[in-house]
Each structure stands twice: as structure tokens, then as C-alpha cells.
Design a protein around this ligand. Sequence first.
Ligand code: SAH
Length: 350
Amino acid sequence: MQEFFVGVGEKPFRATQVIQWIHQYGVDDFGAMTNLGKELRARLRDMAEIRVPEIIQDQTAADGTRKWLLRLNDANAIETVFIPEEDRGTLCVSSQVGCTLNCSFCSTGHQGFNRSLTVAEIIAQLLVANRALGRDPKGDRIITNVVLMGMGEPLLNFDNVLPAMRLMLDDYAYGLSRRRVTLSTAGVVPMLERLREECPVSLAVSLHAPNDALRDQLVPLNRKYPIRELLEACRRYCADSPRSRVTFEYVMLDGVNDSVAHAHELVELLQTVPSKVNLIPFNPFPQTQYRRSSKEVIDRFREVLIAAGLTTITRKTRGDDIDAACGQLAGRVQDRTRRRERLAIRTGQA
Ligand code: SAH
């Protein structure tokens, strides 16, 4: 933005002002940016535009979870989900149209992949949601946390995710603390290093299995970056800030990865990484063979982890009546992967 202003012969600090108008005040009319001067406002109107994605669907679940379907400039659409809780409001943001990773239990993967989102398309999800939600009675924003846990793999679109995250943290834009922005990844190991160096936000890792044989089946990316390498990267990620821990996500699939033996194996695995565990009851979608583990099985699994000293919670299933729960986001993906590419991705050759 600074480059833009300097390029048209203006002072660089104009960038901060415009960013504040757009992201903090939600203004999309240059004419209303009163600290810019009449002439500059007119110039901006001639040479630039502020365009936010159109909401094509806006659904609210019985539990208050809200999901927006947003139209992009091409034929695609993405989903963004707001999850209200007593002490916070979390926005779940997408990073790609579809996903290349093909995790066997995820609906987004089944849709195929079209493209990565631009910086604007990622940050616009906050803009649109903030506008729709307004502010609380004290005048504070309703969205207090952001999780990059929507459609796509954020670390495979890092060059666009990074500037978008910087805007989330910027005091002139959304002003969220690092702790309140969480990036979730299936484990793109080399990119974890870059994330650590360039923008160490809270980290969540989709583990889902305690050994490579099983994880190869569930998360095909594991064939490229096996568990040992992934955990090593997680250890490094935490090394800089002593209090930080990685959240390991573990989807509970009936009869697949949910036995007591699996729980013990998981405990063993996580000994050397500062960790928390989020157990996610599997959320079904039309083309799936998997079933959700029963509550008793999930409780038993959690007890094993807790007894071993691991902080473990079972993630509440939110918004499943509007297909807004983990792994149910589908959007509208004009799939562009060819069969050959897909197979390559699945076998880790991509
Ligand atoms: N690609 C990133 C971001 C997606 S986050 C990642 O893999 O972390 C979405 C989370 O929901 C991931 O932990 C994912 O594994 C999990 N998930 C996917 N499908 C699911 C399903 N059907 N039920 C429950 N959780 C699911």
C-alpha cells in the first residue's frame, strides 16, 4: 500500500490512514476518508476501488454459529464461519478454493482444488464478517480470535497468508494479538520454519494418527513429511517462546484411530513437544465411509491422555446443522486438478 501511494507521488503514511479506514472503520468510500484532503480523495476514486466479496448465502445455525458463502471474482465461492462462545468470538477463515491435500475424512478435499486465495480475499473475510456482526454494546469488536482452519492448506499459500496475517495483527487494521490468531496445518514441514521466522502465531497441527502407517492413509501429505520430521519442526516452533504449545488436532473416527492403544501411542509420541490436544468428533458429509466415534470411546481416549498429563479437550461440534463444522466446508469449487495431478499429490510426488 505504501508503494502504491509513493508510486502516485503521495506520502507513504497515507497507506496507514487508508488501511485504518478500510479495516478498522469498515469504510469503502474514499469520499468518506476525511483526513485525506479533497483532492486526494478524488484521485483515489478515479484510480482505485475498494471491493469486498459479495455474500451469496448467510446462514445461522441453531447454536448461533454463522456461515457466509462469499462469491469471488471468478466462478468460485468460499465459506467463512463465525463461532460465538461465552468469552470470545472466533472467525474461521479459508485460505484456498478447495484443497490439494485429499485427507480421506475431509469434505473440502473431496471437492478438489481450484486456486489459492489472494491477500485481499483472505483479509476480506474479516472485513465482511466484522461488518455483518457489528460491535458489542461496549463498542468492541465481536470477533476476538481468528483461526485459519477453513477451506485449504494455509502453508501452501504462505505468500498470501502472511500479509493477511500481518493485517490481522496490525494495530491500524484488526489489532489481534499473536495468541489470538491460529494457523492450522496438515504439516507442510519446510513452511513451518518460515512461519516461525516471519510470523509466529499460535500453531495447530492436524495430526489425526499416532503412527506413520495410519497417518499415511488419513493425511496423504504424511508420505512426504512423516511424523518424526513434523514433530521436530513443532519442537523448533516452540523453542523460541517458552510458554507456547502446539495444539494437535485429532479427528475421532470410529474403529480407525480411536482405540486405547492409539491413545497410549499418542502419549508416547507427544512426550517431547509442548502440546495440547483437541479431539474432534468426526463430522460426516455425503460421500464418506467414516463414522464418528461414540461419546464413550472419545471420553475413554481423552482420559488416557489426561492421565498422562496432556491437556486435552474434546472440541464442541458447532454449526453442523448448516454444514459449518470442521471438515464440512465445501464452498463452490470449480475443480481444476487433473486426475494425474491428484494421484501425484496423493502419493506425495507433487
Ligand atoms: N489444511 C489445514 C486447515 C484445515 S483445518 C489443516 O489440515 O489443518 C480443519 C480441521 O478440521 C483440520 O484439523 C482437519 O483435519 C479437520 N477435519 C477435516 N475434516 C473433518 C471432519 N469431517 N470432521 C472433523 N474434523 C475434520
